[in-house]
Each structure stands twice: as C-alpha cells, then as structure tokens.
Design a protein around this ligand. Sequence first.
Ligand SMILES: Nc1ncnc2c1ncn2[C@@H]1O[C@H](COP(=O)(O)OP(=O)(O)OP(=O)(O)O)[C@@H](O)[C@H]1O
Ligand SMILES: [Mg+2]
Length: 297
Amino acid sequence: MKSAVASWPQPSLGYAELPLTTYEKRLNFMAEPILRIDGITKQFQTKKGPLTALEPTSFSMDVTEFVSIVGPSGCGKSTLLHIIGGLLEPTAGHMYLDGVEFHEPGAERGMVFQAYTLFPWLTVRQNVQFGPKLRGADNNKRKELADHFLDAVGLHGFRDHYPKQLSGGMRQRVAIARALANSPRILLMDEPFGALDAQTRAVMQDLVLDIRRKEHTTTLFITHDIDEAVYLSDRIFVMTARPGHFKAEITVPFGQEREDALRNSLEFLEIRKQVHELLHEEGKAVVEAEIAAGRTE
Ligand SMILES: Nc1ncnc2c1ncn2[C@@H]1O[C@H](COP(=O)(O)OP(=O)(O)OP(=O)(O)O)[C@@H](O)[C@H]1O
Ligand SMILES: [Mg+2]
C-alpha cells in the first residue's frame, strides 16, 4: 500500500501524516483520473419557473493538471464549481474523486473564492491551522503545516496579523495557504484574483505556478481573464452562454515551467486569440438574449 502512495505526486506535507479516512480511499485510484464529472446538470426553481443553469457537463482531470473554465457571465461556472465542492446539489449526474463517488463537501476538495473568506477574529496562522485543527492534528503538526504553507505563499512574517491588517492580495494568499493546509487532492478556485489589481494579479499567478511546482497541486480554476487562463492552464474549457455547457477544449502546451516572458510569445498570443474568439461569440449571444428579453418585458 505504502509504495503506491510513494510513487504518487503528493503535497510535501500533510496527507501522509494526517489521519484522513479519504486518504485510504485514494489507494484504489491508480487507473482513475483524479476527478471525473459525469453528466452533471443543474436546474434552479425560481419564481418564473425552472431555470437551467447547467446543461449536462462531463470532463475529467488527471493528477497535477491545471484546468481552467472560462465563459460568459451567468453561464454556470460558479454553479458547476459549487456542485463539485459539494455546496450545491446537482439535478442529475455523478462525480468521482479518485474513483470514489461523492455528494458532500470534503476537505480533499479545497475551495478558494473571489470574496475574502478568512475568519476575521483569527490571526493569519490560526486561519491556516483551522482545517488541520478540525481534523484532529496536534499542536505541533498544526504549527508545522501553517508555517510551511505560509512560507509557500510568502507570508511567514505576517502569521500573527489579523486579516484586516492585510492587503487584498495577502488575504488571498492566506486563503490559498489555508486551503493547502488541508492537503486537498484538488483545489477549486472561483475567480480568486478577480478583486485584485493587474500587478498584484500577475504576482499571484506566478505564486500559483510556483506552488504547483512545489506542492504538486491539481487545480480547477475559474476566471474571466483569458491571459490568466492561458498563462496558468494545461487545458481550458470554454463554456457557452446560459444554459452553459462546454463548447470547446483547448490544450495549452507550455508545461509547468512558465515565466512572464511567455505572455509575449507567438504561441501564447495564438492560443489567447483562439479563446478570445470562442468567448466573444458567447458574449454576443448573452447581450442579444438580454436585448430580446428587454423587448418582451
Ligand atoms: N440559487 C440560485 N437560484 C436561482 N438561480 C440561480 C441561483 N444561483 C445561480 N443562479 C442562476 O444560474 C445561472 C448561473 O449562475 P452562476 O453564478 O453559476 O454563473 P457564473 O458563470 O459563475 O457567472 P459569473 O461569471 O457572473 O460569476 C445564472 O443565471 C444565475 O442567475
Ligand atoms: Mg461566478
């Protein structure tokens, strides 16, 4: 059993030492993709009747992959991510992590949202220790995990600060450290840098690349920013306007070693253009639908 785990890329700290029952389940996984989404759909009941937010959506991800989803506003991106996070129930479909079907939230799916979701009454270090504490890690282990991941996001010197004493970029770095401290099998990120200015955002993107290399993370990432999607991803799914489904999958062949200069390469610009054109068609569809709805109001 142990050798199967050793040959599998893992976070440098965490799972192997924490008493997680899901960790045992990982041992059946070798032939499986890390995440498999099979025909997930979502209908909301609204005052005006049922609203289809998500048409049948299927995809899978391999371990250490970085996959982005882009799509026009309201197409169902957050709905899909919330379903995968176990925060929303799908209307139909199945989801598997390491081959094991899941329905509920779980520490093995770490979520980072656009809004800052730190506990304001806890220090930076206490925020990061929160998950491991819930799962019964002892004091030393909690400290070790928090220090390791605060180091990874460059915030070691701020561990005794409170969230309100930090900038937006720093708070999101704490949120990433907090998610990583739970040793998730997969990180689910919903526009985590959407509220940051362009420079901070670029720094955060390099941080994400760096963490991916060091911690072997697997990430499903939602963004409106095409550059960000191309810079970070191995694959990009482009969604249609609502009711959303995947209309295109683009492979980004740059590997894990990326730096800022890549953004100016012809290959990068070519992929960027491809995604832009696919998205632009959908954006137009959204505006046309809004105009048509306005006429019938
Ligand atoms: N709880 C809910 N009840 C009813 N409708 C909802 C609910 N949550 C989302 N919707 C609708 O489902 C559709 C998809 O919403 P969702 O938030 O997933 O879009 P999105 O792609 O994340 O958009 P954005 O890019 O603006 O974040 C939208 O039309 C939204 O209004
Ligand atoms: Mg959203």
